[in-house]
Design a protein around this ligand. Sequence first.
Ligand SMILES: [Zn+2]
Length: 620
Amino acid sequence: MKYTFFLFVSLLFCFVSACDTDQATPLTDISVSSHDVHSFSNPEQARATHLNLELATDFEAKTLSGTATWDVSHDGARWIIFDTDELKITKVEVKAKDKASKEIDYMLGKPNDMLGRALQVPLMPDVDQVIIHYETSPTAEALQWLEPSQTSTSKPFMFSQGQAILTRSWVPIQDSPSNRITYEATIKTPKELMAVMSAENPRERNDSGVYTFRMPQPIPPYLMAIAVGNLRFKAIGDQTGVYAEPGNVDFAAREFAQVDDMMEAAERLYGAYPWGRYDILVLPPSFPFGGMENPKLTFATPTILVGDSSLTSLIAHELAHSWSGNLVTNATWDDFWLNEGTTTYIERRIMEEVSGRDYADMLLTLGRQDLQDDLDDLDEVDQHLRLDLKGRNPDDGMTDIAYEKGSLLMQTLEVEVGREKFDAFLRNYFGTHQFQTITTDQFVAYATRNLLEPNNSNFDLGAWIDAPGIPSSALAAPTSKRFEQVDSLRTTFIAGEIFPKFTTSSWSTNEWLYFIRGFPVNVDGYRLSQLDKIYKLKSSGNAEIAAAWYELALRNGYGNDILPEIEAFLVRIGRRKFLTPLYRAMKERGLLTQAKEIYAKARPGYHAVTRGTMDNLLGV
Ligand SMILES: [Zn+2]
């Protein structure tokens, strides 16, 4: 029986022995995992539990190379399967306790454009370690290698972005969120640079260029993260601080001064912070997201450094992930709303605690606008909280359905049972499921048993989870006193009155966004140019305001007049949330040629995540 099975398998896979993977003979499919359609791994049979990573960074070759040593746990499984993408694997060894390691033939699956390539390593009953020798590709999708000219200190910089399924492009790993791992790492860098990871981090650069890391709490693979650059650390509180390029670090520490208050609020609401330190790494402007909740070390865009702390709700969001997402994790990318909906809800609760109800109401209103925009754009099937992303990139699920519809469900449940009971429910939910993953079905069962039934509620969760649109049980759109004033000013301006300049001096970014978003598409371009003269929105140093203004301008035909400013913005910043509406507006307003010309200049500076979206949008 064993022999027959072995023969069968040998027909399905390519056996490779210490060879260049490019020389591999034709391969056959390895089917995706039964537990996660975005991974080839087989943790039900054999599970990689702890990683010891030893890598050297090579900025010239744009590669990481070294070994990934995995502790594996299995009960006589015949093999273990890892996810990889574009990795050049040079050797695989297996090791049994108290024995020397030995090189072994391994197998590679057929490459899949989206999922990469399975690496299958045969196991013997006593094998408890697998050692993979490899090198990343210069085009590894998770990694962005910045030229010195793309940083503020003219030193090279590299960072990773693992979510959703990109970690496999720099570490051979069982890359499903349901497979939690611990890790330690030794990273060698050029001596003038410093490495940091989603782990316990060094505070200072050292002269050896060798840094060691430890992540003792189990995390999902998408939270493995690394950055190497000319970094300085500055403490904010006892357990909080910021890493940034030297010219930015003091500014960033001032901007994030509220982080200790946020932490205190979050702990009061949801229990003790479970990760030790909370630090923030400020990346160069090409970072494709606002923030990434890498545990112990949030990665953040510098576009939130605006001088008045008015964009730090993003930090509240990433901090909130320390409970929802990082501590209790979506089991698959179909359940992504569990990560983001809960986090967006908690973000606003934290902001209400530290900045007041008025402030939180503005965030809720802007969020509801974002939700409506996505509902207008998305197919009905993509408006369900629970998605079916089989055969699709998990990035397709990163919409405001997960964030805002998910958050609206949490808000509605809060009102359904009362705030005190809902807070206790969430606290228990995090406590009960800590360091575990959860599916949508498990959440529904838990909420029914622990929230709805004890409160005699007939709340229909199914209408939210497996149906499009906003269910009838949803709370009405929020109102905000501060926005009511903005509405009246905008109306006055559109009606042709002179715009009173002084009234905006107390505005936060939120008021400006609401003001700009509220203009009708047919407002005269000349009127916009008048506003620009007074408020200099086209050259705003606040990327949120600038991006909203550019989109309005493009949609109103005023964009042509300020194209140089729009181009400079698109070339400098790589945050996908800003770029998508701007390129789309150019495309839809007859500026596709100009959009493509700008994109050709900007593209080399974008991360692969952003490039993927823009390539599709512009048909490049
Ligand atoms: Zn998030």
